[in-house]
Design a protein around this ligand. Structure first.
Ligand SMILES: [Zn+2]
Length: 168
């Protein structure tokens, strides 16, 4: 199984490239992403998190695995603030302001157009994953000072848990 890329892995800061053909390779990547997401009990994952700079995201918020290719936010309104975590930033939780209602367009694995109109939490998950495709993590929604503090603490926590032999 692929490893999850953990901050400060530089690939997490890169912009992912659009998919031109939805072929076997794309299906293979989506399958690998799903394996990693479920193994880590995540609810969403973007391809850069397994080291692949392609615009593919997956989300499962309890309704099965949705794969979205070349997702684009085409509109939205309102705002809400909620604590978010990220598989690439173990132990960190950050309050992130996002659009309350969001319209997203993309394609599914069959190449069909998908148009989503999402409210609240589901919309938040998709916005989080689309951020990943643009090299943006939850820690880039907060001040530099707070970010540096959280990263320092995460590094310390990770070292500590490795000593204890946990698998974080
Ligand atoms: Zn994330």
């Amino acid at each position: 199984m692929d490893n999850i890329r953990i901050y400060p892995d530089p690939i997490l800061r890169k912009k992912a490239q659009p998919i031109e053909n939805i072929d076997g390779r794309v299906k293979d990547v989506a399958g690998r992403m799903a394996a990693v997401m479920y193994a880590n009990k995540g609810i969403g994952l973007a391809a850069p998190q397994i080291g692949i700079l392609s615009r593919i995201l997956i989300v499962d918020i309890g309704e099965g695995c949705n794969v979205l290719i070349n997702p684009e936010i085409v509109g939205g309104e309102g705002e809400s603030v909620m604590e978010e975590g990220c598989l690439s930033l173990p132990t960190i939780e950050v309050s992130v302001k996002r659009m309350e209602k969001v319209f997203i367009r993309g394609r599914n694995l069959e190449g069909k157009d998908v148009n989503l109109e999402l409210f609240g939490f589901p919309g938040r998950v998709y916005q989080h994953e689309i951020d990943h495709l643009n090299g943006i993590l939850i820690i880039h929604h907060i001040s530099r000072l707070k970010r540096e503090l959280l990263i320092k603490r995460m590094v310390k926590d990770l070292k500590h848990s490795q000593k204890k032999g946990s698998i974080l």
